[in-house]
Design a protein around this ligand. Structure first.
Ligand code: ZN
Length: 668
């Protein structure tokens, strides 16, 4: 997966309203579903039902992110809608910000940094507001009083020592016990969880399922057991509603292959069988001929400190045929890129197969892709499926375009880029090279290389996600500067890549730190990856003065003195990161991440935050979904689907909480 870095490039004018409200550290954006009206009625209907399926899983993610999240969200929503006091007062305003953050993060922890939010109101104020509510709105458990209900939930909201981190990655801690995510039941330790899955693994099996992917590991009568997320199992109520939507979508499938994909997904949701999931992934990979496509399921494992259990997500999309010509050029040459990479021959794929790459237009975002989302996706994640069947890689054109529009005129480049010449370089090539780096990361980077036989795909454990993102980013950085791209007509000349090198180093060394609060370290895998690459290259190029941090008028700037040498460093690090991945070298992964990807220089951090604050920008962005409204004839058949963009953020969230209210408060 690829997350947007803060883009520095300007964008062209367009009258669509891309930006919406700002709160806390968040800027809400909207994405335009260009081309939707040109789809056939059949395709529009398919998008509509798949979009419904994308929204039905929302409650699952809230519960996965923490066992109290659904109760807290519903409590806050009741206060938000029914509050009788002063709505202009400090309490209601602070509650509104807090609730908007909870909606945005699908829980009470920051979506990116994973630390618990600090409410801007007191326990006493909230308790007073809750007492005013109609008790029926609180859905109190049998026999529980309003005060007892508050006593149970309030420490989770207010006490900084209770569930402080959603995903704790600090070396030396018990990562399972100290993470608030709901992937492991109360009392399960990291050692127990690791031993449980190690015992189940058969390393001689060349086609292992992704162990633990779709279940919570709990202790029952002192023994560990998995509670599987499936129809009739944990989250079964939500999954059943997803199945109903998929069944409605099926008759409108874009291709016969896609109908099989939907059937297999339904079978998997019914059984929870991970072999069925692998079969589904293979069918999904081979469905490349249609226009409409989707992801719906337990997919990415960033929320589990052990990197095994997947959060629920969905995206519905359709192909941007024109922009896809760009990625097709890359994937048609996949073997050339693999053969010429600076990686040791033992770790290269002899035969790159089935890398299908396309540019898509997002039509609906759900679960862990909403409101904060990725701009590129490469799936499936199973190592053997990728090895034998390849992977499907997408870059999401309309989301990237929305980010670029929002970045236009933000003042970031004026403040942080060292000089006019570099600003002009970025203005000229920045957008195109950003897209190209995303394409390289997704279409080729994640799909490149192989594990040595017998290497456990989970051996890098908590460092696995960072190393994997670093591998894909480095592949992109190395090749964005290759003459091959000029030859393929993807870059105009051998100057273009320098814009990407500059913005990448600036972001990794400096500007991404605007997302970190003073005194905190870098936690999120994509941010760790960018810091790791930028700092490693900076340190290892020091003796030759490749990249410098220079001071001008008391401000720090990144200055790149030797772009060619920087490419050499990226190549060197790519070779080492691929070796670590291929051999499963945990100690080397840990050293690389801990030495370069985690720590923050407090002096530089302070300076960056002060400079950033003057720009009044939000470091995080996310999207309000469009609304699809079916038009029906007298018999109830859909005759058209209309798309609109005017729903407010809070309206959308409250509507989702009402219409896609799939799970009970407590899911044990
Ligand atoms: Zn990625």
């Amino acid at each position: 997966m690829l997350m947007a870095a803060s883009s520095l490039a300007p964008a062209v004018a367009d009258d669509f309203k891309y930006t919406d409200e700002q709160f806390a550290d968040i800027q809400m954006l909207r994405y335009k579903v260009a081309g939707f009206d040109q789809l056939s009625l059949r395709q529009k209907t398919l998008v509509y039902y798949l979009s419904e399926a994308a929204l039905q899983g929302r409650d699952i993610l809230f519960d996965q992110n923490g066992r109290y999240n659904l109760r807290i969200r519903r409590l806050l929503e009741a206060v938000y809608t029914d509050y009788k006091g002063d709505r202009q007062g400090d309490f209601y305003r602070a509650l509104t910000v807090y609730l908007k953050r909870v909606w945005f993060s699908n829980g009470i922890h920051h979506h990116y940094g994973s630390e618990k939010f600090v409410p801007g109101f007191t326990e006493a104020d909230l308790r007073a507001a809750v007492r005013q509510l109609d008790p029926a709105r609180l859905r109190l458990p049998e026999g529980q009083t309003v005060d007892a209900f508050c006593d149970e939930l309030f420490p989770v909201i207010f006490d900084p020592t209770v569930m402080p981190m959603r995903v704790n990655q600090r070396a030396g801690d018990d990562l399972v016990l100290t993470s608030a995510g709901n992937y492991y039941g109360p009392g399960v330790t990291q050692e127990e969880a690791e031993a449980f899955y190690t015992a189940k693994k058969d390393l001689s099996n060349p086609r292992p399922v992704m162990m633990g992917l779709n279940s919570r590991l709990v202790k029952q009568d002192g023994r560990l057991t998995e509670r599987v997320w499936r129809s009739g199992g944990l989250y079964g109520q939500a999954i059943d509603r997803i199945i109903v939507c998929l069944e409605k979508a099926r008759p409108f499938a874009d291709t016969p292959e896609q109908a099989k994909v939907i059937d297999k997904l339904i079978e998997y949701y019914r059984t929870g069988d991970l072999h069925t999931f692998d079969d589904y992934c293979i069918l999904w990979l081979n469905d490349t001929k249609g226009t409409v496509d989707f992801v719906n399921g337990f997919t990415e494992t960033y929320g589990d400190p052990l990197g095994m259990k997947a959060s629920w997500e969905s995206i519905v999309n359709f192909k941007d045929h024109e922009a896809t010509l760009r990625t097709e050029k890359l994937s048609a040459n996949a073997q050339w890129f693999e053969d010429h990479s600076p990686v040791d021959a033992r770790f290269k794929k002899e035969e790159c197969r089935g890398i299908s790459a396309k540019v898509i237009t997002a039509a609906m975002l759900g679960g862990d892709l909403y409101p904060s989302t990725a701009i590129g996706i490469n799936l499936p994640n199973s190592d053997w499926v990728r090895r034998e069947h390849g992977s499907k890689s997408v870059t999401i054109g309309n989301l990237t375009a929305a980010y670029n529009h929002a970045a236009h005129g933000s003042g970031m480049d004026a403040e942080f880029v060292i000089d006019d010449a570099t600003r002009q370089l970025i203005a000229r090539y920045g957008d195109a090279c950003d897209e190209l780096h995303t394409d390289l990361h997704e279409c080729l980077g994640h799909g490149s290389g192989k594990l040595l036989p017998g290497t456990d795909p989970d051996s890098l454990r908590a460092y696995g996600a960072t190393i994997e993102e670093a591998r894909a980013d480095l592949f992109g950085l190395y090749y964005v500067a290759d003459p091959k791209l000029v030859e393929l007509g993807l870059t105009p000349d051998m100057e273009a890549y320098k814009s990407q090198y500059y913005t990448y180093m600036l972001n990794g060394l400096m500007t991404q730190l605007v997302r970190i609060k003073p005194g905190f370290t870098i936690e999120e895998a994509h941010m760790r990856n960018r810091a790791l690459i930028a700092r490693w290259a900076y340190e290892h190029g020091r003796d030759k003065n490749v990249v410098e941090l220079v001071k001008r008028d008391g401000k720090t700037y990144v200055q790149i003195n030797d772009y060619a040498a920087l490419r050499g460093l990226f190549g060197e690090l790519l070779a080492e990161v691929q070796r670590i991945k291929s051999e499963g070298d945990f100690a080397a992964a840990r050293d690389l991440v801990e030495n370069y990807g985690v720590k923050v220089d407090p002096e530089l951090h302070k300076e960056i935050l002060a400079r950033y604050e003057q720009l009044h920008l939000s470091p995080y962005k996310g999207f309000i979904n469009p609304v699809y409204t079916p038009v029906r004839d007298a018999e109830g058949r859909i005759t058209d689907v209309r798309v609109s963009y005017d729903e407010a953020y809070d309206e959308q969230m409250l509507r989702y909480s009402r219409d896609y209210n799939t799970l009970p408060d407590i899911n044990d």
